[in-house]
Design a protein around this ligand. Sequence first.
Ligand code: PLP
Length: 362
Amino acid sequence: MPLRARTLLGPGPSNPYPEATAALGLPLLGHLDPLFLQVLDETSDRLRQVFGTANRRTLPLSATGSAGMEAAFVNTVGPGDVVVVAVNGLFGQRMVEVASRCGAEVVPVEHDWGQPVDAERVLAAHPSPKLVAAVHAETSTGVRSDLEPLAAGKGDALLLADCVTSLGGIPVRLDDWGVDLAYAGSQKCLGVPPGLAPFTISDRAWERRVERPQSWYLDLGLLGGYAGEAAGSGRTYHHTAPTGMVVSLHAGLGRILEEGLDAVHARHAEAGRLLHEGLAELGLELFAAEGHRLPELTTVKVPDGVDSAAVRKELLERYDLEIGAGAGPFASSVWRIGLMGANATPDKVTLVLGALREVLDR
Ligand code: PLP
């Protein structure tokens, strides 16, 4: 079957990952080839720039965003440690699940879906947690939560941020804000195929990590050699790095940095603004709280009487355009429209609005 260019949570049909997919077609490097190690070092440097951090322990983990989440928790919390998790959507819920599997005493702070994290409530939930965790950009609801107030009030706790959907789409400045560890996914605004989890951990968090994490694969102490604690340090075999994927991430990050981080964020902001305005003109209502709407992931209330799945099917079949269903309890009452990476452009906004207008007959 010939493959057609469609994108997850974003309109096709043009290839939104030109640099990253071209890099996948390059001759494969061996995982111990000095040239690959150089690419890996450069990729980590590029990740430091997009994360806004000087953390020397910054690397792409060889697994998806969820492994970034697991790595963050297994390395920092063990049985009995108190973890406060802000829950305002599906991925906050997943953090609760992962932290409790580490044996942590988890204090979830529930919010209505569609609302941002209330830092005051989260910080008041426990007097001395070891770790506070929140999702910067909740993909399930299209909401941005501010990390700065959490960092400002965290006291002795470590602050963990899920940046899967924020990295490369909206500003992320971990060091300025005071975030101790964070992870992302290659497949969202970075514009790279799924399969890697950019990850970063501060010295402060490193010093407090658990001695023997429950996971061997994600034990950052063992990964030190792979991560190259400092460029030029001796590396030992840990696992066979997915070299093609790292080369792809290297290329995707190169594209972003060449365009300029500020320009990339501005492009996402503009595309999001145009989409939000256009949806309002179509008489559609947005789901996420005003003032906290992500430009890269827009949640729309499905109008009464409209069959959500039928609309998505028609968009896919007639326009090669995939929008997401809602998540969790909003599976059939919300749509999620992604404008990520190279998809965050005015022409893609025009395409998605035009297609919706036709399909909804508005
Ligand atoms: N966190 C957020 C905010 C996400 O959007 C996702 C995936 O969409 C994940 C975590 C999990 O990442 P993955 O599906 O790459 O494992």
